[in-house]
Write a protein that binds this ligand. Structure first.
Ligand code: G4P
Length: 287
């Protein structure tokens, strides 16, 4: 899903989020495990102030295992409950439930002191487009889950889905907007296919991706396409991929647009392996 973000859309999304967040105890934030910071909008920290927080590193199946572990440690050190998931798999629900209970520990304790027992935690899913919010809601709320119906005070259209006795989930996710002001963020999200590719020509985007991969995973392009990586300009890398994969125009010359599509598809589909595009910054040594 590619949303064209205009200031009006951002204001609308923010307003909707502010309303929905009032209804919940817990915000479940999905980020893309391949670029957990680029796919995150820190505005959520103020929007969700005072709520329980869970961060799910989604599409962890496409990200490097070592990087997943590093990002889990990073977000945990910031006080979040964190888990890596593949939103298409349902197997993690039990583990997720434990995490939710932990994130809402204080609320549950508060309820208990007031004599309120077993009131389910109310949660909503948020994230930028394409991180897997709908997939997550569908697989976790699935057919088995009963919708609890409209309740007073709930925006029409919003429904609570009972995941189990302890958790109810808002059926519509909150949509966050990417941090466009940071060009690097725009580039990483374009690599992932999470924002409109049209910010760059496909050829240019794929050349940038080839260059980026050469830097973070040296030897990978050589291994996959049999090309020499050293001393090449970004578009030369793409040109070599075109040669290696016989991406040709009818006239028999290299078709860079075809090669660009091939590289982007192979990267996004995990055919180049499990690759994480950014790592947590190392903490400055204490002075
Ligand atoms: P959104 O609501 O946040 O916008 O995202 P959505 O659920 O539509 O998911 C975006 C794409 O990411 C979908 O692929 C979905 O299948 C895929 N996806 C979601 N979670 C995961 C995951 O954990 N691992 C992997 N590998 N993919 C995931 P699509 O190409 O748009 O559709 P389709 O291939 O499912 O038809």
């Amino acid at each position: 899903m590619n949303i064209q973000w205009y200031p009006g859309h951002m204001t609308k999304a923010k307003r909707a989020m502010k309303e929905d967040v009032k209804l919940v105890d817990l915000v479940i934030e999905l980020v893309d495990a391949r670029a957990p910071l680029a796919s995150r909008n820190p505005d959520i920290d103020s929007l969700a102030a005072g709520k329980g927080r869970v961060i799910l590193l989604n599409k962890a199946d496409l990200a490097s295992e070592k990087a997943n572990a590093a990002w889990i440690a990073y977000f945990e050190s910031q006080g979040f409950q964190v888990m890596k998931i593949d939103a298409r798999a349902k197997a993690t629900l039990k583990q997720l439930n434990a995490l939710i209970q932990e994130a809402c520990k204080e609320k549950i304790e508060r309820d208990r002191r007031r004599g309120i027992l077993n009131r389910p935690v109310r949660a909503m899913v948020v994230g930028i487009p394409n991180v897997g919010k709908s997939t997550f809601i569908n697989s976790f709320a699935g057919k088995a889950a009963a919708k609890t119906g409209n309740k007073p005070g709930v925006t029409k259209g919003n429904q609570w889905i009972r995941l189990n006795k302890q958790v109810e989930l808002l059926d519509t996710p909150g949509i966050l907007w990417p941090k466009f002001e940071d060009q690097r963020v725009g580039l990483l999200l374009a690599f992932l296919g999470s924002i409109n590719d049209e910010i760059l020509e496909k050829d240019e985007l794929a050349s940038e991706l080839a260059d980026y991969l050469r830097n973070i995973t040296p030897g990978l392009l050589k291994e996959r396409y049999g090309i020499e990586e050293d001393g090449k300009k970004p578009y030369e890398l793409l040109d070599e991929i075109a040669t290696a994969r016989a991406c040709l125009t009818k006239g028999g010359v290299n078709d860079l647009t075809k090669a660009a599509r091939l590289l982007l598809d192979e990267f996004r589909g995990g055919k180049l392996g499990r690759i994480t595009l950014e790592m947590p910054e190392k903490k400055e040594e204490a002075e």
